[in-house]
Each structure stands twice: as C-alpha cells, then as structure tokens.
Design a binder for this molecule. Structure first.
Ligand code: UGA
Length: 437
C-alpha cells in the first residue's frame, strides 16, 4: 500500500517508519528542511531506541522516503495520515488545531483517487468530522473517507508499542475505509491482537480517556504517597498490595515527582476543556491536573528538607532531568519546575542526564552539566534523583557519600532501599511515600 505521513514529529516518524517496516511504501512529509536533510541522511532528530536502525533498513529497502512536497506524497496514496502537532493553545488549555487544519487544506488539493485521510494526531471530539468538511469544501470532487486512528506509543518504548500493541483503535464511517485500515494493519493482526473498529467520536475519546485514566492512576498514587508519609505506611507496599488486584493492575502506580511529557499534561488539560465545552465538568480529570501540580511543589520541599531546611548556598547534584528515562524529551518535565525553584532559592545545581543536555541546556539556565555522577557529587550537599535512568540504579553509594560535603539524598523515584542508603553512610535519606527517619 502507498501511505503518506504528514509530519515527522514523534508520532509521525515512528508510525511512518514502522509502517514501512511492515512492507508498505511510505513517504514522510515535513516542512522543516533541516529535519528533512537529517532524515534523508539517515540521522534521527529524536532519541528513540532502535529507530535509527529501522530508518536505515527501510530507506535502503526503498520503502521509506522523506520529502517537503506534500502533493507528491499524497498523489496516489491509499491513505494519508495527519500526524502534526496539537499543542496546548496558549491561554485556554484547548488543543490547538491550526496545524491539523492547514495540513487538511493542503491534502484536499492534492488528493487523486479514493483516499482515506486518517488523523493520528490527538484531536478533540468532532475534529475528524471537521476534517471531512474541510476536505469536501476545499475539493468538492475529491473521493475520500476520514478515519480516526489514535496512537498509544510510549516514548522510549515506541517501536515495541507499535509492533506489539495492546490494541489498534480505528474510527470510521464506511466499510471501504475500514477495509483500507485493516489492510494497513494486517501484518500486525496476523499476530492476533484486537483491532477495534468504531465510530469517529468514540475513537477520538478513547485516546483522551486512556491518557487521562493513566494520569489519574499516577495522581492517585502520589496522593496516597503523601498520606503514607504522615501515617508511617510505605507507598511501595501499598502500590504492590493494590496492584495485585487484577482489576486495578500494577502499572502506573509508581509514586514520584508527577507526570510530565508531551502527552499527559496536554491531553488532561484538553479533555478538561472538552468537558467544559459540552457542559459536562470532568471533575476527576481537573483534580488529576491539580494534584500533579501540587506534587511538584512537594518535591521542592523534600529537597529543602534533605538540605536541612534551606537550599540557600547549597550545592545540589540532580540525577535525571528528562520527563522519564530513555528519552531526550524535556517537555513538561517535573525538573523544569523543581530545578529553577532550587536555583531561585539560592542553590547551585549540577545536572547529570544521559540524554537531557541537548534540550535541557536552554531550558535550565544556570545549571552546570556533568557526564560523570561521581565527579558531579564531589563536595555536594545533596543528591537528588529525579529521573530513574538505569544508569542511576546501581551506583556505588558508599563512594558517593564519601565524596559529598553532606551525604544527603532525596530519592524522588524510590529507586534505592532506605537501609542500603543508610548503610552506605548517608546521614539523610528522603524518599516518596515513606516517613523520613
Ligand atoms: C503516554 C502513554 O503512556 C502512551 O500510551 C500514549 O500513547 C502517549 O502518552 C501519548 O499520548 O502519545 P509517554 O508520555 O511517552 O506515554 O510516557 P509514560 O511512560 O506514559 O509516562 C508519562 C509520565 O508519567 C512520565 O513523566 C512518568 O515518569 C510518569 N509516571 C508513569 C509516573 O510518575 N508513575 C508511573 O507509575 C508511570
């Protein structure tokens, strides 16, 4: 099949590359000439494990190409995927559909023969219908159907998520469009996973509801963590006990500094706005957002406590600033709230992150960057673990404690056992969801 992928951001690039790996002929379109030059040369503009190999393999096989020319890519395509950004609109929390709608206009003029125009970007309920209207208005002779096909990829595990999905959700209005979508995903569902064919509005909502529900699990466990700290319970035991109930499940019950990234913050905020627009206040979603903001503030207090009550004049080494491990993405990372607050209160901050520096350099002015944890803790007053990269899970804690001026740790991801930390010589160990000794 011939597929055009409009937008080579995270979702578009991963989806386009994976479709080409299924054997489809994929042309990825982007307006950014620098990005295109990079991609054509086989360089990957984002950090995603395994993506570089897959790009090189499929370019070499002649199934994957990149262009600025949207009309050329859309000409003769069986399906055109819209995978452009839908950022939070400044001021009101709505998803900004400017890019989706301008791509739609361009696609309309380029359509030749029956084409399914698929929205992969996360878009509010009703957008696919608006896309169909725009296509018909801009090109009354065009023969097309629209489809909604939300994505459920996690950064850092995106290829595996694409190749082994829990489900593929497709919203369509015609049997013909459903057939095209089934053909596109056929290489996958031969391996027997559910493909849910539904209506446009339900598909659009599945995406927001799923992300908001996962965000709710995180905010819930973060609230329980605060209660554990006061009551003497241990959040790890509470999460485990809850997660053993199959109805609850053990995933997304790790307490920490709050969720970040390009999806949960944006999608929870957009969903709350959708609820307001339809006069159905989504009280849970609104609370999830508020709890997540509060959690970040609590983390700043924890670091202050680890420093003995004030961070003024203290040297703090922060491990991990990306919003989660295995990504270079800094969008809405808790570090962007926590680190500037520490600097503002008079601390000097050293950062170690395996991938974060490229994006983080501009976003975290005033920090110093280091590649080596052991060097970065020399003479420091506190060690703060903010993102749980594997590299930080098995550190020589004795060596670290000995190198610090004050061996104090704020482990905001609970990756270390309190007993091990104490035995290594740390005088203070503050974690999440446990009473501090
Ligand atoms: C999320 C969803 O997991 C994907 O299914 C979805 O496709 C994607 O958003 C999207 O809408 O594009 P992602 O943002 O890559 O994926 O990251 P997650 O692994 O879900 O983590 C999100 C945040 O929650 C991170 O900041 C992470 O540290 C935090 N988190 C996650 C916790 O604090 N606790 C947990 O137990 C799990």
């Amino acid at each position: 099949m011939k597929i055009a992928m409009i937008g080579t951001g995270y979702v578009g690039l991963v989806s386009g590359v994976c479709f080409s790996d299924f054997g489809h002929n994929v042309v990825c379109v982007d307006k950014n000439p620098q990005k295109l030059a990079q991609l054509k040369a086989g360089e990957v503009p984002i950090f995603e494990p395994g993506l570089d190999t897959l790009i090189a393999k499929n370019i070499a096989a002649g199934r994957l190409s990149f262009t600025e020319n949207l009309a050329e890519a859309v000409d003769g395509a069986d399906a055109v995927f819209i995978a452009v950004g839908t950022p939070t609109r400044r001021g009101d929390g709505h998803a900004d559909l400017t890019y989706v709608m301008s791509a739609t206009e361009e696609i309309a003029h380029a359509l030749t023969g029956y084409t399914v125009v698929v929205t992969k970007s996360t878009v509010p309920v009703g957008t696919n219908r608006a896309v169909a209207k725009t296509l018909a208005k801009a090109n009354p002779n065009a023969e097309f159907d629209v489809a909604s096909n939300p994505e459920f990829l996690r950064e850092g595990a995106a290829i595996d998520d694409f190749m082994r999905p829990d489900r593929v959700v497709v919203g369509v209005e015609s049997a013909r469009a459903a057939e095209v979508m089934r053909d596109i995903y056929r290489p996958l569902y031969l391996r027997d996973f559910p493909i849910q064919i539904t209506d446009l509005e339900s598909a659009e909502l599945v995406k927001y509801a799923s992300n908001a529900f996962l965000a709710m699990k995180i905010s819930f466990i973060n609230e329980m963590a605060a209660l554990c700290e006061r009551t003497g319970a241990d959040i790890k035991a509470v999460s485990r006990g809850m997660g053993l109930d199959n109805r609850i499940g053990n995933k997304f019950l790790h307490a920490g500094p709050g969720y970040g990234g390009s999806c949960f913050p944006k999608d929870t905020s957009a969903l709350a706005r959708i609820g307001q627009d339809y006069s159905v206040p989504l009280q849970l979603t609104e609370a999830v957002i508020k709890v997540n903001e509060d959690v970040k503030r609590r983390m700043i207090e924890k670091v202050r406590d680890a420093c003995g009550g004030s961070v003024n004049g203290k040297v703090i080494t922060v491990l991990g600033v990306t919003f989660k491990p295995n990504t270079d993405d800094m969008r809405e990372a808790p570090s962007l709230t926590i680190v500037p607050a520490l600097i503002g209160a008079g601390a000097s901050v050293r950062v170690v992150d395996p991938q974060g520096q490229r994006e983080g350099r501009d976003l975290l002015p005033g920090v110093s960057w280091d590649d080596d944890v052991y060097k970065a803790v020399e003479g420091a007053d506190a060690l703060v673990i903010l993102t749980e990269w594997n590299e930080f899970r098995a550190l020589d804690l004795k060596r670290i404690a000995a190198a610090m001026r004050q061996p104090a740790m704020a482990d905001l991801r609970n990756i270390y056992d309190p007993e091990d930390v104490a035995n290594a010589g740390f005088s203070t160990h503050i974690s999440v969801g446990r009473a501090s000794p």
